[in-house]
Design a protein around this ligand. Sequence first.
Ligand SMILES: [Zn+2]
Length: 658
Amino acid sequence: MTTTVLARKYRPASFEAMVGQGHVVQALSNALTQQRLHHAYLFTGTRGVGKTTVSRILAKSLNCTGPDGQGGITATPCGRCQPCRDIDTGRFVDYVELDAASNRGVDEISQLLEQAVYKPVVGRFKVYMIDEVHMLSNTAFNAMLKTLEEPPEYLKFVLATTDPQKVPVTVLSRCLQFNLRPMAAQTVQLHLAQVLDHEGIAHDPGALRLLARAARGSMRDAMSLADQAIAFGGGALQEDAVRHMLGSVDRQHVQRIIEAVAAGDGAGLVAAVDALRELGLSAAGTLEDLASGLQRMAVLQAVPGMAQSMDETDPDGQTWAQLAPLLAPDETQLFYSLCLQGRAELALAPDEYSGLLMLLLRLLAFKPGGGSPKAEGSVAPRTATEPRSVAVMEARVGQRAPVAATTSLPAVSSAPASATPVQAGQPSHAPWEDAAPSHSEVQPEVVDASAVSAATSPAEAWESGPPPGFDKGWGHEAATTPTAAPPRAEMQAPAPGLGASSSKVSPATGVPAMAMSRLLAELPPDPLSDRWADLVTQMQSRGLVTALVRELALQSQCVAQRDEPHQSVWQLQVPRDSLRGEMHKERLTHAMAQVLGCEVRLDVSLGEAVNTPAQRDLAAREARQHAAEALIEGDALVRSLLAQFPGARVVPGSIVPL
Ligand SMILES: [Zn+2]
């Protein structure tokens, strides 16, 4: 069985049999029926859409004599008279097909045109069909033009081209032009099913769907592929075999990938790519199938009713209907675009699977919370070379599921302290940097729950009741997890007695928007607090304070200090009694003595604590946040994304300095 059997056998022999080109067929049929004949036709369209087929049917229509030999020009050639049969078999002397791609010279055209002066030998009309006419040389065009300008009555030109732009205007203007469209995959699939039914060849819908899609609008290609697949599958068309032949990917793989991306599951993506590699399935095919699936998801998201009207026998359709709600429409659009663009990258990657994996991880990185613990722990631990900041972009159509954009912002991480508007004399090392390097990587969302629960369930939050003048919402985490490092909720919670604006918390992140840095900036210069913060930094950097001792240090305000001959006397004030345990105080005293190099006497009293190291920490982070937001907003990539996706915006508070 050769690869052109089906295509040749099922080449349409009449206009009625032509599939997917109704507009051309109707125009030509009308012209033939009404005898309004033009002398030159130009058919344009990509390969395999039926240009040559239309030309042959047209030649038959012009020359058909009918079964009884009495017929005239017709839109429905009989297919049984001598001219019809000869044209179908390529033996009709007055129908000449010339392929300009292989006969480019003026000689062939000249010879053809020389013949034009002679009347048809057997037919009513001579029909010259010149395929890929744009390939003719200029001289050949000129030679043809003379005949085109004053053609004999009996001569019809049919020109065909895949590239009408290259056909001279002088030629175009003398032709009646028809554009043959690439056929919809569904049309091709339907036609394939009819042909195979007629041939008695077993086939399943999934196989035909794959073939139809691979044919990219060309019925001829679809037929050739079907021929190949029949040979490949031993006489039947089954989805698995066709998939294998085309190198396309089982939709289950694609489904798994989309689910993993939606779930932010980095390990799932790695496993999916490993599976593809093991099965030898094409990475490029995977991306194509992903793009195709995302496209269907986008349609389902935009037109939810489509899910009901879909072909129930189409398992793909059900798959996409199930997947569609997993992503927001804007995410779907972004991922689609990434998949299309990613195909070009595969060739540049060390191997196509690593290229594919990188691309899939990029999808993950572009999801909100792309640095989620699950993804980070399993596959993508952040390193210094990775993006320094993450911003969440949101389109108005999909408020619930923002899309993250990443960008490189080295300035944010390299100069956090200098970007801080906290007053002069602040510690050269912010206290959190050495002892808690992971702090700045924690998503602000982490704070939300505890801050909210502290505010809503005070009974649970307070063991001994809030100290006087102390705002609720403070210290819930420390109360329930006494051994933890200073919890973020605490460090970010409003300071007691610092006014109403300090509790103004962004609903998106739980981070007070610049509240702490503003409040601290309003305080008068306070060398005592500066000195205390500096001392705490030194103790932290030497690892002298941990757990609750560090907590005590960070939450304290130094209200008095004096140096006596043999000892340094410090008076600290803390906002809650639980921090005043004797053991903590002793350890802190010891740590201070080590740094100061002298005896230390420490007195810790209960009271409002302002300008504490913890509050300075928060203020500094606010300032870094502010700087990161400014950088993100000014970033070229972010701007181009905003420009590309109308309605998109950077979600306030979603930018995370890393
Ligand atoms: Zn006929």
